[in-house]
Each structure stands twice: as C-alpha cells, then as structure tokens.
Design a protein around this ligand. Structure first.
Ligand code: FAD
Length: 534
C-alpha cells in the first residue's frame, strides 16, 4: 500500500473528493485504485480565511512500485507495517491463574491480551459493573452520598469511564492502534481510527468497557466486581497470594496491579508490604469553564459553529519566570465539570463529555506542576497527603456534602472573593459556593494560574473573560507515586507487576491501556498459557 499525505479538503468539499485528489497527485485513474482507507484526518485552522481538513490516506494500487518511482513526492511513501506483534509464550508453569487488580484501561487491556492468549486471567475490581456504577455515581451527584468503593475513580472501566473519552496520546507505540481497533470492535465509532483527536464520550465508553469485559469472559477470563485486593502475601520476596475484601485468601503467582492513581489504601498496603515506591511530581489546580461559543469563535473565527467542525478545543501552556509551569489539561468541549471524589471529606473536580459534546460550556483543567519538594515530607506517599490537604480545604469551602468552591475569573485576577456567580453557569455536578480559591490551593499555584490566565488570553481570545468560572480543586491529574519496576515490568516483589497510571507509567486512557498490555506481555513471555493454543 502507499501512504499519501497532505490531501486537503475545504469545509465545502465532501469525502469523495479525496479519491479524486489522490488520483491527481499519483497521476493515476480511479480504476487503478483497488482500495483506500483514511489513516489520519486533522484540521488546519491556522489561516484566518480558510479551514481545511487534511488527510493521510492508505491506497492500494495495481502498480505501486512504478507509481512510487514515478512520483518522487515526499507526501507519497510506502505504508509502514503498524500491526501489533504478539509476543511468544514462555515455558515456566503457572499453577494459578494470573490476576489483574483493577478494570481501568490498563487492567482491561492486560486482561484482554491474557485471555486472548489462553491465560484465563481473573480480573478483580473493587467497584461495581458499569451499569450499577452509573446509578451509584448519579446518586452521589444528586444527594452527596459518596460510595467510597464505587465512584468516578473506582468501578468498571476505571477513572476514564466518566470522561470525555479523549484517545489522544503522545506516545508512539504499535499497541495504540491495536487498542483503538479493539475499541471500535467493542462499539466505538470507526472515526477514532483516523481522527487526529479521537474521542468517544462517556455514553459510548460505557458500552465499550462492557463489551470488552464480555469478550474477556468469552475468551476464558473471569471478572469479579466488589472485589478489592486488600493484602498481598509475600514469601522470600515472591508473591504467593493475595487477600480479597479482607477475608478471601487466594494463591497467586503473578498479579498485574492496575489500580489507578486514587487507590490510596492499596498504595499504603503495598508500601507496608515492602513494595518499593517513590513520590512523583504531578499537577494541581482547578477546572475552568467558558461558553463553548467563545472557544469556537476564538479557534474557528467566522467558521465557528460550522456543522462539519464540531465544538473547538484548545491546549495551552505557560512557563512562569518564577520557574513554575501552568497548562490546560483534559479539555472537554461541550462538557460538564464532575464531582470526582473517592474519599470522604475531600472535594475533587474533573471533566467529562458525552459523544455529542453538546453542553453549553467548555471546561478544562488549569494546572500547575508540583514536585516532591512541595509535599512537605520525604515519605513515598507524601504526595497523597499533599493532595488530601487541599481536597479537604476545598470540601470545607464548598460547604460540605461535596459542594465545591468556585470563583469568577475576574475576581480571581483582582484577588477578591466572588460573592455571586453570573454569566457562565457552573456545570459542576454538585453545588458550588462562591468564594476564594486561594484558600484551598498553595500560593505558588494561585500566582502561577493568575499569570497563565493573562498569557492564555493572548493566545485564545476571551480566556480571561471575567464571568468565566473556576471550580476547585483538581488534584488527581496523575499519580503522586511511582511503583518501582524493572525492565520486565516487575516490582521489587517477584510476581507483582505494577501497571498503568497509578503505578506512574502512564497518563490517559490509551497510554494506560498500552502499559497494561506491556505488563501482560511480560507475564506471557515468562509463563506457558493455562490453555494450550490449538
Ligand atoms: P484507572 O482507570 O484509575 O483504573 C484503576 C481501577 O482499579 C479502578 O477501576 C479501581 O476501582 C480499581 N482498583 C483500585 N484499587 C483496587 C484494588 N485494591 N483492588 C481491585 N481494584 C482496585 N484520560 C484520557 O486519556 N482522556 C480523557 O478524556 C480523560 N478524561 C478523564 C476524566 C475523568 C473524570 C477522570 C477521573 C480521568 C480522565 N482521564 C482521561 C484519565 C484516565 O481516566 C486515566 O488516565 C486512566 O483511566 C488510567 O487508567 P488505569 O487503568 O491506569 O487506572
């Protein structure tokens, strides 16, 4: 196949024009083309008077070599082999099924790979299945009754289930395409295979995770909900067993620990059992909300609202002369700010959208980087305590019951408390209390956010809109710890494989899934399958 890039379509041109443009570029007739498939679609909105869709397309032709030699165009190359390569099973004997703790992206994709290769994994998830979880989360948003085991962080699908379902990642890895293809098989829209900024939204993600779970089970795996790994049994530095829900003991030789960044109790248990871990830098801040129309206008100018463009996104970064950095993160166009707590007496914010991204506000995390030097202690879990400190302050300021403190951007910049909120209605799924965010975030975070907002206003017109609203606090941007592991993805305890975001090796749905697959591959390369392959 040949890969043809740089095919541009204006907003008024339809997809069938792609093939015409390819024929022109390759100087071939349409009948010479056997098949074609879009590999990537992106938007070029850099010019003020025109917006293009830019395509990279894989084309199957009769005489590919001849065409390639004749064209001599940097935009025409041979399509690289991007297929996922399965690893070869090892020959050590597994006496018991491999266990995967957690069914977030890391756990699900680890489980899927293990099941597909005959290892009959047992997946243990502390929260509920996704349908029951949806009801429990809705109840929390309505009443403020938090379920510590099942919430926006915990339950089937992991932290990303109630999310925008953005599938962008900075990592380049063959496994990424495999993951996207699996998600399409599980019900995600085909466009995620080629969109430059793929997203599925909470509504579709719920179906996707359920279908992946059903596939794991069909392949010989087992998934148990309401099953928290509460202890590990270690003999001579080898994992030999685990305890589930404090009472069920199981023999286990190999376990992938894909517990996410919020399993504070499990981090503490692993630390107590001698699993080596270190504190890790992360970021904290707030969610900031603007009218989506404002973002559309800033990004797409006169084309704002065009039906082929959808709601616009942004991604901004600022480096303060003081040395701190601020950036926007996990932007949710047409989305909602969600109450994402998993611990009693703590307020945590995050963002989600449905596939349609049709809500009136755009929200994004506005974060400032913090490092272990800020945590006020050298304990490996000092970052957890640091997060908790600000989450508790936010809980108090939010008036209890998981309401959150909020402040208008105009008041925030003028360093005065907000007393009423106005033009931009906060979408936070619990109540908000107008006040001052400086009472629930460190000074250096506040001052860096102030500088950043003014700087971002120059890049995205209206970012400093006085009525835009900030809701705090967002503390779970990534894991506050890194669980040490070697080149075989194994921790300081043999048989224990930390993976995904919580272990400190991923950030986001796709990279966590990739990391889960990596850990599973190491188990596969070491052990024989439990079921002989035909
Ligand atoms: P998690 O998804 O956190 O999964 C860990 C799982 O382990 C959980 O289900 C938990 O219940 C379970 N668990 C914990 N402890 C135990 C235990 N002891 N025993 C058994 N089970 C346990 N990323 C994106 O790429 N795009 C987005 O649009 C996006 N939006 C987000 C929106 C929100 C509201 C949130 C909270 C996160 C969002 N993220 C997004 C981040 C993304 O969800 C995470 O990076 C990703 O889910 C990490 O995957 P993971 O499998 O490593 O961990």
């Amino acid at each position: 196949m040949l890969r043809v890039s740089g095919i541009k379509l204006s907003l008024d041109e339809d997809k069938p024009q792609i093939i015409k443009k390819i024929c022109k570029k390759l100087r071939v007739n349409e009948r010479d083309i056997i098949s074609w498939k879009i590999f990537r679609q992106s938007i070029d909105a850099r010019k003020s008077n025109v917006i293009y869709f830019v395509y990279t397309v894989d084309v199957e032709l009769q005489e590919e070599k001849t065409v390639l030699n004749r064209i001599k165009d940097r935009d025409v190359t041979v399509t690289p082999d991007m297929e996922y390569k399965y690893v070869r099973p090892g020959n050590e004997i597994l006496y018991c099924r491999p266990v995967v703790a957690g069914t977030g992206p890391a756990g699900l994709f680890a489980g899927l790979l293990l099941a597909g290769m005959g290892y009959r994994p047992l997946l243990l998830e502390r929260g509920a299945d996704v349908d029951s979880r949806t009801k429990i989360v809705s109840r929390f948003w309505k009443t403020g009754r938090l379920d510590k085991e099942c919430n926006v962080q915990f339950g089937e699908g992991g932290a990303g289930t109630f999310s925008d379902g953005k599938l962008t990642t900075l990592i380049k890895d063959r496994r990424c395409r495999r993951i996207i293809e699996e998600m399409v098989l599980a019900g995600a829209p085909e466009e995620i295979t080629y969109s430059y900024k793929p997203h599925v939204g909470t509504d579709i993600l719920k179906t996707v995770v359920k279908n992946i779970r059903e596939k794991i089970v069909a392949l010989g795996g087992e998934v148990r909900f309401h099953s928290r790994v509460t202890d590990i049994i270690v003999e001579r530095n080898n994992l030999t067993g685990i305890v589930v829900n404090e009472n069920e003991k199981m023999d286990v030789q190999a376990m992938i620990v894909a517990i996410g960044h919020s399993a504070r109790d499990t981090f503490a248990m692993l630390h107590d059992r001698g699993v080596a871990m270190t504190p890790k830098a992360f970021s904290i801040g707030v969610r900031i909300e603007h009218p989506q129309e404002l973002v559309d206008r800033a990004q797409y100018k006169q084309f704002a609202g065009h039906k082929r463009l959808g709601p616009a996104e942004y991604k901004l970064a600022y480096h303060s002369p003081g040395g701190r950095s601020a950036y926007t993160f996990c932007m949710c166009p047409g989305g909602t700010v969600v109450a994402a707590a998993s611990e009693e007496g703590c307020v945590v914010t995050n963002g989600m959208s449905e596939y349609a991204r049709s809500e009136g506000n755009a929200n994004s995390a506005l974060l400032v980087g913090v490092t272990p030097e800020d945590f006020g202690g050298s304990h490996p879990l000092a970052g957890v305590e640091f997060q908790r400190r600000w989450e508790k302050k936010a809980f108090e300021l939010g008036g209890g019951h998981y309401g959150a403190p909020a402040q208008l951007v105009g008041d925030f910049l003028a360093d005065r408390p907000s007393t009423v909120l106005g033009g931009v209605k906060p979408s936070y799924t619990r109540t908000v209390s107008p006040g001052e965010l400086k009472n629930c975030l460190p000074d250096y975070v506040i001052s860096t956010m102030r500088e950043a907002i003014l700087e971002f206003d120059g890049k995205l017109k209206g970012f400093a809109l006085p009525e835009a609203v900030m809701t705090g606090v967002e503390t779970r941007s990534s894991s506050p710890v890194r669980i040490q592991r070697n080149d075989h993805c194994c921790s300081s305890i043999a048989g224990l494989y930390p993976a995904g975001e919580g272990a400190g090796y991923a950030g986001g749905i796709v990279s966590a899934a990739v990391d889960g697959m990596k850990a599973a591959e190491h188990i596969i390369m070491k052990y024989e399958p439990m079921v002989k392959q035909p």
